[in-house]
Design a protein around this ligand. Structure first.
Ligand code: GLN
Ligand code: ZN
Length: 761
């Protein structure tokens, strides 16, 4: 069987951002939630947005546009609904209103009726959160109308050449969670049947179907591989539409044969993160399979080196033939902002180095034209100039930073003494047993946000701004003293975001106006861009912290964001290893630690909220990452004297696999999330004795609920079974920025009361 060139897939992206160039999706969904627009108006606006996205892809010259990637909230949630895998607590909703409201309730819960939302998880190692499918014995699957079918038919009718995308059944099931002793694999046959029927419905409106199985880029058991094989045999039987098995976020490695034997008509591979797999894939690719080469990075904002990409594609083409090669983005462009042309304030030179989703589609189309001989290689000259300009540009390379990085000595990664000895040196802090503290931020009112906005837009003077911030700090300090907390914070009123605040003050960073990326549902983030060597211009936090300390006799924590977290939540340059960028950031934070200490600050917290999410997808790469990540933290922290107490905070509780590494960070005190899972995490301490001090969160700051004194005492008693009282701290799960004052004060009052009761016992 040869590939029919009439309907050959030549160029495509694996998915286009759904949010709109001006965050239209957020605006329409929020207006609908606030009842400003009706359901029909919402659907009309969504339809318009969808079609605009198709039109953009078509205009750039891609052979196929992607359908089924759009979702009002989340595309995995849409799959869950299409399969009818509705958790019973939402059943009444399903019966009485349309599926849109059902989707929103599943994603957001229903506080009035006390129905909790479904859980959210990060999509592989991205910052996109999907709604986790739930399986429990009382779930019965039934096929529901699926938006991918509707959208594909609609697109075809409108004259587009659609390539629908669905999340593959194995990825879907592996990412699901079981409740009440359920086993998701028991549903595999039923799910496969529903997928078969969806494929049937698509047969006549498209020639290619993209099936996403990113799970093939992680470690799989033989059992899963067998299930994969069985399932794809069924899916590929008796179908007219051609199937493209898409893998991304890494290399296939030991899953390559599973992919090649799937019976699909094409395989997509990520050549950005998994370039090393290319040769073996070309060698093994069966004659009747096409290769979709994911050569344009979907996870970043840099322009592609088109000459290098073209050379690589030519090499593939020579081996497998032109009809069997498609050019593509490495993964969905969901993880990339929409349109660079909307950036009006970005420095022109920096802007010339970048490409957002629209520009990436143009790159894909251009590479395809080159392969087809439709355009001459002369067109690459401009791109080559830009790539050359970026390399070794004086704005990128700072010899002083490079020199400093090469002169890092091993001693710089260690405190002078070990924890036990430091503890003695830190007695001057005069802390009670079971000390209470908070994680850093206090409620950010509209007033604070308004002041920051005005200052940014030059509507108020610097001194007006400073005095507002000082008042906010004084107020927060007074409230903490009244509450009776032991270690105070300044409340972070000057920070819009814990990474952006530091990025704005560091060399090597730049910021976009509109570079939004969906984090979940209506929540988008605008990551800073690290384009060059990073260094500190001047102290970044000293004024506020020093002022805050001057307002109280209690110890004030200096609040910093750690190097790994700054790295993970930015778009990072791709011309040097991430580990090296992280080291540079660590040196900048190290300087800030030294300055805080000089300013008389005795406790410094370096948040590493993102340490765990930077973990590589394959287990074999974990140690390498954890080594440089924890080294970077220690490089930042270890400049501190033994008398200075170093804290760190981590926003998650799934610790078990990395607890040894957390211990290696050697922070004097860490605070972690835990109240939601009722201290289950502490069981890890049964096997591993965490050597330093630790504060498992006792107040779930993701919920408006106020924890009672008794409840907090129960949690702490549980913690005391694992952690000796000399090493236990009492604190909330995370920062209080998103809570309101009333709840916060009430909850912290209970927390302090619980501490007092326990101390007396
Ligand atoms: N110090 C930060 C705060 O309290 C920590 C936030 C976080 O962990 N995400 O807001
Ligand atoms: Zn946190």
């Amino acid at each position: 069987m040869t590939v029919n060139s009439l309907n050959s897939l030549k160029s495509h992206c694996l998915g286009f951002p759904r949010i709109g160039a001006n965050r239209e999706l957020k605006k329409i969904t929020e207006s609908y939630w606030k009842k400003i627009i009706t359901r029909d108006e919402l659907l009309d606006a969504a339809e318009k947005l969808k079609q605009e996205n198709w039109q953009i892809q078509k205009n750039t010259g891609l052979s196929h546009i992607t359908t089924g990637d759009f979702a009002l909230y989340d595309h995995i949630l849409n799959t869950t609904i299409a399969l009818g895998a509705i958790p019973p607590r939402f059943k009444p909703q399903q019966n009485c209103s349309g599926e849109i409201d059902l989707a929103f309730q599943m994603a957001r819960g229903n506080p009035q009726q006390n129905i909790p939302a479904m859980q959210m998880m990060k999509w592989f190692d991205t910052n996109y959160h999907y709604i986790v499918p739930e399986f429990s014995p009382d779930i019965t699957l039934t096929k529901q109308p699926s938006n991918v079918v509707l959208d594909t038919k609609n697109a075809a009718k409108l004259g587009f050449n659609p390539k629908p995308v669905i999340t593959g059944p194995i990825t879907f099931l592996l990412l699901s969670k079981n409740y009440n002793n359920s086993n998701q694999w028991n549903y595999l046959d039923e799910i496969t049947e529903i997928y078969q029927s969806i494929i049937n419905e698509l047969n006549d409106s498209a020639d290619w179907l993209q099936i996403d199985e990113p799970i093939l880029c992680v470690d799989l058991t033989n059992e899963t591989k067998n299930l994969f094989k069985k399932t794809y045999e069924k899916l590929n039987k008796n179908k007219k539409i051609k199937t493209l098995l898409t893998t991304y976020f890494g290399a296939l490695d030991d899953n390559l044969d599973t992919a090649l034997e799937s019976g699909c008509d094409g395989l997509h591979v990520d050549l950005v993160r998994g370039n090393q797999q290319l040769d073996s894939i070309i060698e093994k690719l069966p004659d009747n399979m096409i290769l979709s080469a994911g050569i344009v990075d979907g996870r970043n904002i840099w322009r592609t080196d088109l000459s290098a990409a073209f050379a690589k594609l030519q090499k593939i083409q020579n081996k497998i033939g032109q009809e069997r090669l498609a050019v593509a983005s490495s993964c969905s462009l969901l993880h990339c902002p929409v349109n660079l042309n909307n950036e009006t304030k970005l420095d022109p030179e920096l802007k010339s180095w970048m490409a957002f989703s629209v520009q990436k589609c143009e790159e894909i189309a251009l590479l395809t034209d080159l392969l087809d001989g439709k355009t001459s290689e002369k067109i690459l000259e401009e791109n080559s100039q830009i790539i050359k300009n970026r390399k070794n540009n004086p704005r990128v390379v700072d010899p002083a930073v490079q020199k400093r990085c090469t002169s890092i000595t091993p001693e710089m990664l260690f405190r002078n003494k070990n924890y036990a000895e430091r503890k003695i040196s830190q007695q001057h802090l005069n802390l009670p047993i079971l000390p209470t503290t908070t994680i850093g931020s206090f409620p950010q009112t509209n007033e604070i946000r308004e002041i920051r906005r005005k200052f940014k837009n030059n509507e108020i003077t610097e001194s007006q701004y400073d005095s507002f911030i000082q008042n906010a700090i004084t107020d927060v300090v007074r409230k903490q003293e009244e509450l009776g907390l032991d270690v105070l914070v300044h409340g972070e009123p000057e920070r819009n975001d814990m990474v952006e605040y530091f990025g704005e003050q560091l060399n090597g960073f730049c910021f976009t106006e509109n570079g939004w990326v969906q984090s979940y549902g209506n929540r988008y983030v605008k990551p800073p861009v690290i384009f060059g060597d990073v260094s500190r211009k001047q102290p970044m936090t000293i004024n506020q912290i020093k002022f805050a300390q001057s307002q109280t006799a209690k110890p004030m924590k200096g609040m910093l964001t750690g190097p790994v977290t700054i790295l993970c939540w930015s778009f990072v340059r791709d011309d040097i290893p991430r580990a090296d960028v992280c080291k540079q950031i660590a040196l900048a934070i190290r300087d800030e630690v030294a300055d805080l200490e000089k300013a008389g600050i005795k406790i410094i917290q370096i948040d590493e909220a993102a340490l765990r999410e930077g973990m590589p997808l394959r287990k074999c790469n974990a140690d390498k990452y954890l080594t440089w990540a924890t080294d970077s933290f220690r490089l930042a922290a270890s400049v501190a004297n033994d008398q200075t107490q170093i804290h760190s905070h981590m926003c998650y509780s799934e610790f078990n696999t990395i607890i040894k590494w957390i211990a290696q960070m050697d922070a004097d005190v860490i605070s972690i999330e835990s109240s939601r899972n009722k201290m289950q995490l502490l069981e890890v301490f049964q096997e591993f004795e965490y050597p330093n001090e630790i504060g498992p969160g006792v107040y779930d700051i993701h919920s408006p609920r106020i924890p009672s004194v008794e409840e907090i005492i129960t949690l702490l008693k549980k913690a005391l079974q694992y952690i000796p009282k000399e090493r236990l701290w009492i604190n909330p799960d995370c920062g209080l920025k998103t809570r309101n004052w009333e709840e916060t004060l009430e909850s912290l009052k209970n927390m302090v009361k619980a501490a007092k009761i326990l101390r007396n016992e």
